[in-house]
Design a binder for this molecule. Structure first.
Ligand code: GFB
Length: 307
């Protein structure tokens, strides 16, 4: 990828896309193409094919997706399946038709079986049943990986896939109904501190274990893979370390400086008990994360309160 290569960044306004944009700009890339969803609806095949045909793109980062936390996934499975299938099918097929040099597709660690052995290896894909709360999203993302794999096998194109663990960072979604746990808890503790509330509600038992990666580290890994990795196997991207939701809540509570209690809402689902990624393939390509969880949460909290 040359500094003036024509790079299409799909999903540039999102958590991941905006971090990829920062990373590409820091590295000196100058020809980055973006489109808002008003200008280009990625679910419409004709619009996407015409866009690729007209633009003659060299590289594609496929970071556009319908995403959300456990509640959103569980409540809107039709949209999570349909929107994601359409977006990835249209982009991957159009990239093939228009001769894109390399494409990177982004999945998610929820593609793996609910009870996969830990830490989860790339080869554990499709070896067991999925977690029901995010089955629709997982099926869509598995289809995306398989599209890249089979287009590569049948047509010889250089399409690769990366599977990030749970992400967080600036530009995250802080809407309590649709967000992931980390931004939700930052918001809840912050508001409880300001309003001097006695307690903050944590969904579920607090026992599930999750691995969290700072999104700027993810973006750096993705650009690294675009530059250095061209194999069929999708690559797990994570830190290799996890934490219980209860301990995450304690950490965020401390960083925010809230002094009240944490109470459980057991009517909310726990989801997968654990999804820690095996990151040895990623490390073998020469990349490792830099930001510790505490440091990352502090950065996001500072950004959230606007300092
Ligand atoms: O981050 P999260 O929504 O998604 O929830 P998943 C992680 C855990 O945190 C669950 C608990 O056990 C939640 O019950 N939790 C505690 C909370 N308090 C809260 C809260 O206030 N808000 C939220 N959202 N959770 C998603 C998948 O699963 O992970 C997606 O649904 C995707 O498909 C994404 O893979 C990365 O980690 O359970």
């Amino acid at each position: 990828m040359k500094l003036d290569s024509k790079i299409y960044l799909a999903g540039h306004n999102g958590l991941v896309g905006s971090a990829i944009m920062r990373n590409l700009q820091e590295r000196g890339y100058t020809n980055i193409i973006t489109k808002t969803s008003n200008d280009l609806d990625l679910r419409r095949q004709k619009e996407v094919e015409d866009f690729f045909e007209k633009e003659k793109l060299d590289y594609v980062f496929l970071a556009a997706a319908k995403v959300g936390g456990i509640h959103a996934n569980n409540t809107y499975p039709a949209e999570f399946l349909y929107d994601n299938l359409m977006i990835e099918s249209n982009i991957i097929h159009s990239a093939y038709l228009s001769g894109v040099e390399k494409l990177l597709f982004l999945g998610s660690s929820c593609i793996y079986p609910k009870f996969a052995p830990q830490p989860i290896k790339e080869s554990d894909l499709l070896t067991g049943l999925l977690e029901p709360t995010n089955e629709a999203y997982a099926i869509a993302k598995i289809a995306g990986i398989e599209l890249c794999k089979f287009y590569r096998r049948q047509y010889g194109v250089n399409f690769i896939s990366a599977m990030p663990t749970n992400l967080y960072g600036i530009n995250d979604n802080f809407d309590l109904n649709t967000s992931h746990v980390l931004p939700a808890l930052i918001r809840k503790f912050h508001e409880a501190k300001i309003n001097q509330e006695k307690s903050v509600v944590m969904w579920g038992s607090g026992k599930p274990l999750r691995e969290f990666l700072y999104v700027d580290d993810l973006a750096d890994a993705l650009v690294h893979l675009m530059l250095n990795y061209s194999e069929e196997t999708h690559v797990n991207v994570g830190t290799g370390e996890d934490i219980s939701i209860a301990n995450l809540a304690k950490m965020i509570k401390e960083i925010v400086g809230y002094e009240g209690e944490i109470v459980n809402d057991l009517s909310k689902p726990d989801g997968t008990p654990r999804k820690l990624l095996d990151v040895s393939l990623l490390h073998s390509t020469g990349w490792k994360h830099k930001t510790s969880l505490e440091e990352g949460i502090s950065k996001v909290y500072k950004w959230y309160i606007g300092t």
